[in-house]
Design a protein around this ligand. Sequence first.
Ligand code: SF4
Ligand code: SF4
Length: 411
Amino acid sequence: MYLNVKVRLCVGVMVAPANNGNPVRLKRELLKVIQKRLKGKELKAARSDWHSKRKPIGCGLTIHPGIGCPVGCSYCYIYDMGFSWQVAPYSLNGLQLVAALLFNKYFYPTKWGTYLAFGSVTEPFLPSVLPKTLEYLRAVGEYLGNPCQVSTKMVINDEHLDELARITGSKLSILVTVTSLSQYAHLERRAPHPLKRLELVSRLRSKGFKPFVFIRPLLPGLRVEEVDEIAELAKASGAYGIVVGNLRLSLNIVRRLMREGIDVAKHLKIDLGKLKRGFVDVRVDGALQSLIREGALKKGLIFLKRACCANTVSQLLSGYDDVVCPSLCFLNEQSCEKSCPARCRIRARGEPRHLDFDEVMREVLGSDEYEVEVEDHTLCVKLKRPLRDEKLASFALSYLFRRRVRFVKRF
Ligand code: SF4
Ligand code: SF4
């Protein structure tokens, strides 16, 4: 049955009210501007860089301000990916990163565009990486305006915090990682003490940021008392909430965790055959996740199950009251937290009004020969001619409009 049905037949060209109502056209125009500002060699490096090719994952498109990490957390997957204990800032400058993103077919600018997640194969606030992180955030803020997120367990000084606030207008989503209070000395030997990290949360809050405590990875066997204590300290430090995250396992990580006393094999059903072939993402849910949720909600904290949701909620708390999570996790009961203040499921119903709908449709489909019916959270697009890249068009429309997309072919 069709709920909230709206039919459109698009003819002729309509003018977008403003560029930011049409991230697809804005992307094209920005690329022209950036291409004039970079030298040929710089442009070539940007075009061939991985940032110009990667597809966004759950938390967004990962941005690497550095490569490698000397902290050596027992659960860290980067070493099994071939990254080193030595850290080096990333080779691109800020404008080159912007160019690389604009070359990326999966990327769109503006606050409705691609979520950017800083770190991934390094720690973005390491002293030698921080200047690059700041440079990238500045360039993204200046040219693109995308929602950005940093997850960290480093502690930075007030001067850097002020710079971060100046650059991002305190809209940067910051997740401060605390995985354990009792075992951190074994698991995160070279990282600052968790209490120091929680002090950072307080200072972030005082500068206007909307910090969350990030329990990632959520390790099996975390004790009830510790869960309570983390929630208590998160509240006391001024965190807005708690986000839990997956544990990525490889054979090496299992061995390291077992060595540190975390009996992964006892708590999780792991298929060793799969681990031999690479990584397996494990969500330690069920009882442990419910405990954390309960503890957080009891203290008046927001509880979330995904990093992208924390980015969405940070924007909401910063005054963008029309935000909706782009990975459509609100359509999945396992991923969406029902107490979340963002209420994406309600907002993402019916015809999308946050962008210039017809312009974006035409740009993405490359034609104005289509009809659209909006059915609850789904755009049902009736095509009258084949698309060059149907998967990409579906990805772009779904991401930008925050709706499921279904193509119906009529040719
Ligand atoms: S700080 Fe982050 S990147 Fe560095 S080892 Fe730990 S988990 Fe890995
Ligand atoms: S409403 Fe659901 S999908 Fe939206 S941000 Fe909250 S938890 Fe995520």
